[in-house]
Design a protein. Structure first.
Length: 203
């Protein structure tokens, strides 16, 4: 089976997941998805308080070697047991998720284009570009409502690591993208072009 690897990158709250979901809905049963977030390094040696202070927006926070290895397995047509990250404990869960190979592999994450080994495995590189004010509002809503965090902790993390790391790593990685998509899955023109490109590959 020939696998088309589609990378979806962009800053926090940019709309990467909306675009990913739109592609999954358009190609039901033909996509598999892995998220860079699930490959955060395990830190059992640290307490919860210590783990909560780590910089999760730096490339060093990820087990990229494992992600590359598992991407290669999927591209070769083999299933993987993907790690699962638990945001409530700032650590990997004991569970894994079985992911089967598919004609289209979608790889999503803020820093996937900043990692050469990951970037080299991606056939179509998409960067979702969204205004910073919109992104921070979306992040606040997600972290406070969905993940149960305080507004103060979200604000502190954004100012100390998220914003500086975005400027240092994420924004420059946009230069490696094949297509820059303002507003991600809400950009119907770009989405239509992308769907036609994938249709041709599947055909």
């Amino acid at each position: 089976m020939s696998t088309l690897v589609v990378g979806v990158a962009g800053g926090t709250g940019s709309g990467k997941t909306t675009l990913t979901r739109a592609l999954i809905e358009r190609f039901p049963g033909k996509t598999s998805v892995i998220f860079h977030d699930n490959y955060y390094k395990r830190h059992d040696e640290l307490t919860y308080a210590e783990r909560s202070k780590l910089n999760y927006d730096s490339p060093e926070a990820f087990d990229n070697a494992l992600m590359v290895e598992q991407m290669k397995h999927l591209i070769a047509g083999n299933p993987i047991d993907c790690p699962v990250y638990d945001y409530t404990i700032h650590n990997r869960s004991e569970e894994t998720q079985r992911i089967d190979p598919a004609p289209v592999l979608i790889v999503e994450g803020i820093l996937i284009f900043a990692e050469p080994e990951i970037c080299d495995l991606i056939d179509i590189k998409l960067y979702v570009d969204t205004d910073a004010d919109v992104r921070i509002l979306r992040r606040i809503k997600r972290d406070v409502v969905e993940r149960g965090r305080t507004l103060e902790s979200v604000e502190k993390q954004y100012l100390t690591t998220v914003k500086p790391m975005h400027e240092l790593y994420v924004e420059p990685s946009k230069g490696r993208a094949d297509l820059i998509i303002p507003e991600g899955g809400h950009n119907l023109v770009a989405l239509d072009m992308l769907i036609h490109r994938i249709d041709r590959q599947l055909a």
